[in-house]
Ligand binder design. Structure first.
Ligand code: SF4
Length: 265
């Protein structure tokens, strides 16, 4: 039986089948109102991916903020390789603010866009020290005043470091899959976020994002989504063509069987 996503297995696990349900291709499409569909998907995602931890390694809010900034255009696994040495040398906001910029750049180089990332990390740390007494602020309004910190990073920090849900983290997986699931027609992350906030319970805003990221890695991949194995197939408007093709193939199979049984008579 496949393992649920976890740090140990790199979040690559295939989701578990839902109890008491036929395999996805055999389920009839359920035409649900948007909010009802969002809640149905949310409850299935919770069964498919029971654990929803943040996949970045950190031991303090400032470390989580830095790791999230480094994760832009980079994998979490790569970031987790870089941060142990980074945080050993510069463990808190004061150390990061006073860091030698070239040394900082060198430590984060492999995450890409390293000059910009190092500059923003240092500037954000400096502002945390000078404007917030060395503590990462706990509101969206304050966090997004930090250089290099936009809503996505702020949402991750607020949810995982402080248990505060001010928004939905929208990355490429969340944007793409939420659109396939018919929950938004928007393309700008901020507008996608607003749509999702209207549909989902506030306490689930962050775990929705994490679970969709798992799903985007394990099943609904950008290049070749595995719709016929997907537990969301019967509630996913974006898979209409796949369902039609599967229905045609099933009908052709049934017709062949019927013809063969007539021939045997
Ligand atoms: S049915 Fe297909 S498109 Fe829809 S969420 Fe699943 S894998 Fe993605």
């Amino acid at each position: 039986m496949p393992l649920p996503p976890s740090k140990a297995n790199g979040y690559e696990a295939t989701p578990l089948p839902l109890p008491d349900m036929p395999p996805p291709p055999l389920r009839p499409f359920q035409k649900l109102a948007k909010k009802q569909r969002a809640l149905e998907i949310l409850s299935r995602l919770k069964v498919m991916y029971p654990e929803a931890p943040c996949s970045l390694d950190y031991t303090s809010p400032v470390q989580l903020m830095v790791a999230t900034m480094l994760a832009a255009q980079c994998t979490d696994a790569r970031v987790n390789k870089v941060t142990p040495a980074l945080f050993q040398r510069f463990p808190d906001a004061a150390a990061l603010a006073g860091a030698d910029l070239l040394a900082l750049e060198e430590l984060v180089r492999s995450t890409g866009f390293y000059r910009n990332k190092a500059k923003n990390i240092q500037a954000a740390a400096h502002k945390i020290v000078t404007a917030f007494d060395g503590e990462v602020p706990k509101t969206m309004a304050e966090l997004t005043t930090l250089p290099g910190v936009a809503r996505k990073t702020a949402n991750v920090v607020l949810a995982h470091a402080f248990g505060i849900h001010e928004g939905v983290t929208v990355d490429t997986h969340v944007k793409r899959i939420s659109a396939l699931l018919g929950l938004t027609k928007q393309t700008e992350p901020v507008k996608v976020e607003q749509d999702l906030m209207k549909l989902l319970p506030q306490k689930d805003w962050e775990n929705w994002s994490i679970r969709l990221v798992y799903h985007g890695r394990a099943v609904c991949t950008a290049r070749t989504p595995q719709c016929l194995k997907c537990e969301l197939l019967d509630v996913c408007p974006g898979a209409a063509k796949v369902r039609q093709t599967a229905a045609k193939a099933a009908k052709a199979r049934d017709d062949r069987k019927a013809k063969a049984s007539v021939g045997e008579m």
